[in-house]
Design a protein around this ligand. Structure first.
Ligand code: 4AD
Ligand code: MG
Length: 462
């Protein structure tokens, strides 16, 4: 008899046949005549009920069938008499593959706080919540590739170890093999990176954008999807030190096209999640956030609000709400401002464009006003910024000037400048923070709960 998944069995129409299923015990209950074991194998949020009659399975044969134990069950798939499930397994043989001592196994029947579960990141995938989150995460990752493949984009792999700072923000983790105690020094006493593995200073990438631009200037429509690293103060519910970013980059697109792509892409991803993960999202909706499904449907069905940074500042200045941080043209918006616009003022996703040049990265295209750049941020309810992007500066001299003004070293990015020297083209792209997307779709409150092994200050234990 071939092994079936719990998901397959629950959907099966063929009853009265012998099946084999393997998984982990969620609960065991019963009386002296019969025991009921709820088994889950990760294929679905649901469990299948295994029925063990006392005649065939005296109590001493079931002593290791406790919460957390791993079982292989052979039995007859039958219609269930109980409520809440259509089918169940009448056990013929139960083998305990792995025991879990009830005195020690931390995931007992009672609910656990998400904070506690973070401390047992190696076991939390076995909970309903994390099972659901991880399945949704998978479905979204798959939907990303599906969307781009369907729209003629090529997936390009950009390096993790880089010699440049793509955002010019100095938030990089250094990569080095030099001995920390006694690194080689130059004549003037500074650390000699010529002696390092790559012969120069290197770091973990903060964004694959610059390399994606290289690819877009040859393949037209490309995207990256990989890990990125930021040594910023990420002690918030929206920041990770290691997160996954999706970065499409498209030759000949302008800011308008970029916004259209971002909106269509996000809607398509949310739609896919609703289709593929109906049970998981229903569970998360019922368990944590009764507005979750409504919010997801709302995003799919309504146009995003588009306005400029300058218009947004005007709105915020006359807002009745008291903000912690003042709003002034030229300063970056704080998340309280973004959330006001999205959640109170417009009550829908917002795309802000044309930010002041001084608060945005060097590569963004300068507008004719000389003060703003063709930037766009997509702001989502409960999240704030979910996407950041722009039309890129394609003019060599203008880009040089911007780099100089922003103290970005030309010699580090000579290859990037050459894209403007040889066959330059207008182009645009954006970065979607994958965990912020998963956060939005699952309705979880903390970004540390939507990635299996979160990296944040003072936390790299697992
Ligand atoms: O706005 P950011 O910094 O833009 C870039 O990196 C550009 N190179 C993207 C591009 O145009 N190709 O980051 C993009 C997105 C943010 O909107 C946010 O969703 C996410 O990445 N993000 C983070 N997510 C989790 N933790 C962090 N520390 C993040 N920093 C940025
Ligand atoms: Mg940003």
């Amino acid at each position: 008899v071939r092994r079936s998944s719990v998901q397959q069995l629950l959907q099966s129409q063929e009853l009265e046949r012998e099946v084999v299923v393997k998984g982990w015990v969620r609960t065991r209950r019963g009386n002296k005549y019969v025991q009921f074991v709820a088994l889950n194998d990760g294929s679905t949020i649901h469990t299948i009920q295994v029925v063990a009659d006392a005649e065939k399975f005296p109590e001493e044969t079931l002593k290791d069938v406790a919460t957390g134990a791993c079982l292989s069950v052979r039995g007859q798939l039958v219609a269930s008499q109980g409520k809440g499930q259509a089918v169940e397994i009448q056990a013929i043989e139960i083998e305990v593959l792995g025991t879990a001592d009830p005195e020690e196994y931390p995931l007992q029947k009672k609910g656990h706080s998400l904070e506690f579960l973070r401390e047992i990141a190696h076991l939390r995938p076995r909970t309903n919540t994390f099972g659901a989150v991880l399945r949704v995460r998978h479905a979204l990752a798959f939907a990303v590739h599906q969307y781009f493949n369907d729209h003629g984009f090529y997936y390009v792999h950009t390096p993790i170890i880089t010699g440049s700072d793509a955002e010019g923000a100095g938030q990089m983790f250094r990569v080095t093999t030099l001995p920390p105690e006694h690194p080689p020094r130059t004549a003037d006493g500074s650390v000699d990176y010529k002696e390092d593995f790559f012969g120069k200073q290197t770091n973990l990438t903060v964004s694959g954008q610059l390399e994606a631009e290289v690819a877009a200037m040859a393949l037209g429509k490309v995207y990256t999807f990989g890990p990125t690293f930021r040594a910023e103060n990420s002690n918030t519910a929206r920041h990770l030190a290691e997160f996954w970013m999706i970065e499409p980059e498209v030759a000949f697109n302008d800011l308008q096209d970029n916004m259209d792509l971002a909106e269509d892409f996000l809607k398509s991803l949310v739609r896919q999640a609703l289709e593929k993960c109906a049970d998981d999202l229903q569970f998360l909706n019922d368990q944590y956030d009764k507005e979750l499904l409504n919010r997801l449907r709302f995003v799919i069905e309504n146009d995003f609000q588009r306005l400029t940074y300058t218009e947004a500042v005007e709105i915020l200045k006359v807002a009745k709400q008291k903000f912690e941080f003042p709003v002034d043209w030229g300063t970056d918006l704080q998340s309280e401002h973004e959330r006001y616009l999205v959640e109170k003022h417009f009550r829908k996703p917002v795309i802000l464009t044309d930010y002041p040049k001084d608060i945005k990265a060097f590569y963004m295209k300068l507008n004719d006003d000389g003060r703003t750049v063709r930037a766009m941020d997509v702001l989502f309810p409960g999240i704030g910024e979910i996407i950041g992007g722009s039309q890129r500066e394609e003019n060599l001299e203008k880009l040089r000037t911007r780099m100089e003004q922003m103290h970005v070293e030309e010699h580090e990015l000579w290859w990037y400048l050459e894209l403007r020297k040889f066959g330059t083209a207008p182009h645009a792209g954006f970065g979607l923070g994958f965990e912020r997307l998963v956060l939005f779709v699952t309705g979880m409150a903390n970004i540390r709960d939507v990635i299996p092994f979160p990296r944040f200050p003072k936390n790299a234990d697992f």
